[in-house]
Design a protein around this ligand. Structure first.
Ligand SMILES: [Zn+2]
Length: 102
């Protein structure tokens, strides 16, 4: 399922969130590479998400996820006992927050 503005999601380590926007076809390097390498390699096309809380407040960003598998491109220990890929879970596709809330 394609991610879209207004959907409620969570990750294996945080959330729930509501999607504000989706940025696709990005090939930027992983942060861990940028911090440790002079010429960090480009990554396979992936998405970045701009998120709010379910009620529409707050600004959060997550990225480097494959939209087909909803799995992260890199493995972390976030909320896990062993190194593994983070993933996004779609909670609902209900209507976006009413504009009057903003
Ligand atoms: Zn990127």
């Amino acid at each position: 399922m394609k991610l879209a503005k207004g959907m409620l999601i969570k990750t294996n380590y945080s959330g729930p969130y509501r999607i504000r926007s989706v940025r696709r076809s990005c090939t930027c390097p992983l942060f861990v590479h940028e911090n440790n390498m002079d010429n960090p390699p480009e990554q396979p096309p992936h998405i970045h998400l701009h998120l709010s809380r379910p009620d529409g407040t707050g600004h959060f960003n997550i990225g480097h996820f494959d939209e087909e598998t909803l799995q992260s491109l890199q493995q972390t220990y976030c909320n896990k006992t062993k190194l593994d890929y983070d993933h996004i879970e779609i909670l609902s596709v209900d209507k976006p927050v009413q504009l009057s809330l903003f």
